[in-house]
Write a protein that binds this ligand. Structure first.
Ligand SMILES: Nc1nc2c(c(=O)[nH]1)N[C@H]1C(S)=C(S)[C@@H](COP(=O)(O)OP(=O)(O)OC[C@H]3O[C@@H](n4cnc5c(N)ncnc54)[C@H](O)[C@@H]3O)O[C@H]1N2
Ligand code: MOO
Length: 443
């Protein structure tokens, strides 16, 4: 065998080789070296399977609340909202101009009509005087007997009269009652986050309150004796707690009530106490670190000893292999790996969908877009890889181009901060050509 065909796996220290390496011509990525899928006591579970297990554990939290619209921003609807009115509420003008009855415009034009008054938004409609027009402003109600609004740009003024050269079509520039929404029609389904569009339509239908899911209680703890708060002076070997801020920011959602338990040292008794407290106060317990098999990695064992279950552990996802999903007491548990990028990726792919389902959101899964790979990639298959990448503007085919960032990125939070999103390299891919279609998730 050619010496160049031999590689060492820096994950497990074993020698690997690839037979018949036509890809010798291409650079064999360092990522292929740090991607051992064989090491470990159990085979890896597919990330979609792990995600499905998490989703199967989660159902929308119960306990609805009714809140005024101003306090409902970003919250999730618990029931469908039906409209108590039709929209628009009444026939009204779409333009500033003149309202008239087309039936009165007989014979050949031009037609001259006197302007007998004025209706603005907020006025009552009244009745159109026979043979005359009325000045009308946008949003004003259409008077009885009128059936068209002619834009002011399309008439000539002659003193108190207007002259029309063209016959307006009946109904023109009139917004009809109910054309946007019928009485009793569904304004919003259950499970919708209330953003600007949703709050706007609720307000337009006159609803001052909305029925919402209660907020999901989430407890977060970061395990690690090495962790200190930013601002604290570090002793040798210590680091600042990045995951706490990364995840509290990811959890800063209107429908989350966060119980931030900070950092807990790698002490089994203290970790067990923190887990126990968390599971009593929260619907979802999230921990970071301590998920691998090292001497100070206690989380899966503590969870089991605390009466919980771990239903997914060791997932074929990169970064993030040591990730766990299970239950503890009445809470769902998500154990994220300690490496910050691994924690973030596994949170996005496995944790966040589950949390969104707890919140009652109907579509809990992230939506990927299609991009093209900027350069060829050769890798060791086995784990689906979510690689930080930058996105260049669309090429001639309309697809943006993803430029993958360096491999071995699980702990490289600075690299994460400079990426535009995550490129998904499927688990079974061992080689992708430049220009290949890939799924891309923007941050
Ligand atoms: N023999 C093996 N060792 C490791 C494996 C393996 O399969 N076999 N997996 C590696 C992988 S992949 C990952 S990811 C890490 C994850 O391990 P843990 O979840 O047990 O995490 P820790 O060991 O506690 O920490 C890993 C790394 O991250 C740093 N860290 C932890 N918490 C924070 C925080 N809140 N803020 C910033 N940085 C944090 C920690 O200091 C470590 O450097 O295990 C590999 N090992
Ligand atoms: O892949 Mo680990 O999850 O290196 O960070």
């Amino acid at each position: 065998m050619d010496r160049a065909d031999v590689r060492i796996c820096i994950d497990c220290g074993l020698w690997l080789w690839r037979a018949g390496l036509e890809e010798k011509k291409m650079v064999f990525e360092a990522s292929a070296l740090n991607d051992c899928t064989t090491a470990g006591p159990t085979p890896l579970m597919g990330w979609q399977e792990a995600r499905a297990i998490g989703l199967s554990l989660a159902g929308p939290v119960d306990g609805d609340v009714s809140l005024p619209l101003a306090q409902a921003v970003g919250r999730v609807t618990a029931t469908p909202c039906a409209s108590p009115v039709a929209l628009p509420l009444f026939d009204n003008s779409a333009m500033d101009g003149f309202v008239l009855a087309t039936s009165g415009l007989t014979g050949q034009g031009p037609w001259t009509l006197s302007v007998a008054g004025r209706i603005a938004a907020g006025d009552t409609a009244g009745t159109l005087p026979r043979g005359a027009a009325l000045r009308i402003l946008t949003g004003a109600p259409i008077p009885a007997g009128a059936d068209a609004v002619i834009m002011q740009e399309h008439v000539r003024r002659q003193g108190a009269a207007i002259v029309l050269d063209d016959l307006p079509a009946p109904g023109i520039n009139i917004r009809r009652a109910g054309e946007d929404l019928v009485l009793g029609g569904e304004v919003l389904p259950a499970g919708r986050e209330l953003g600007p569009r949703e709050l706007g339509v609720l307000a337009a239908t006159g609803q001052s309150e909305v029925t919402l899911r209660r907020r999901v209680r989430v407890a977060l703890l970061c395990s690690g004796s090495e962790l200190r708060e930013p601002g604290e002076v570090l002793a040798p070997g210590q680091i600042w707690n990045a995951n706490r801020y990364l995840l509290t920011a990811a959890l800063a959602l209107p429908w989350v009530e966060l119980v931030d338990l900070g950092a807990v040292p790698d002490n089994p008794a203290r970790l067990a106490a923190a887990l126990n407290h968390a599971s009593r106060t929260a619907d979802l317990v999230i921990s970071t670190g301590g998920m691998a098999d090292g001497d100070e990695d206690h989380m899966p064992r503590l969870l089991r000893e605390g009466g919980g279950s771990v239903q997914a552990l060791r997932v074929a996802i990169k970064p993030g292999k040591p990730v766990g999903i299970g239950t503890l007491g009445g809470a769902i548990y998500v154990g994220l790996p300690g490496n910050p990028v691994a924690a973030f990726v596994t949170w996005l792919m496995l944790g966040a969908p589950l949390l969104r389902k707890l919140a009652g959101i109907t579509d809990p899964l992230p939506v990927f877009q299609t991009a093209r790979l900027s350069a060829p990639l050769i890798r060791r298959p086995g784990r689906a890889e979510f690689r930080p990448a930058s996105l260049r503007p669309a090429g001639p085919d309309g697809l943006p181009v993803a430029e993958l960032m360096a491999p071995n990125f699980a702990a490289r939070i600075a690299l994460l901060a400079s990426a535009d999103g995550l490129a998904l390299i499927p688990a079974d891919a061992d080689r992708l050509d430049a220009g290949a279609h890939i799924d891309f998730l923007r941050f």
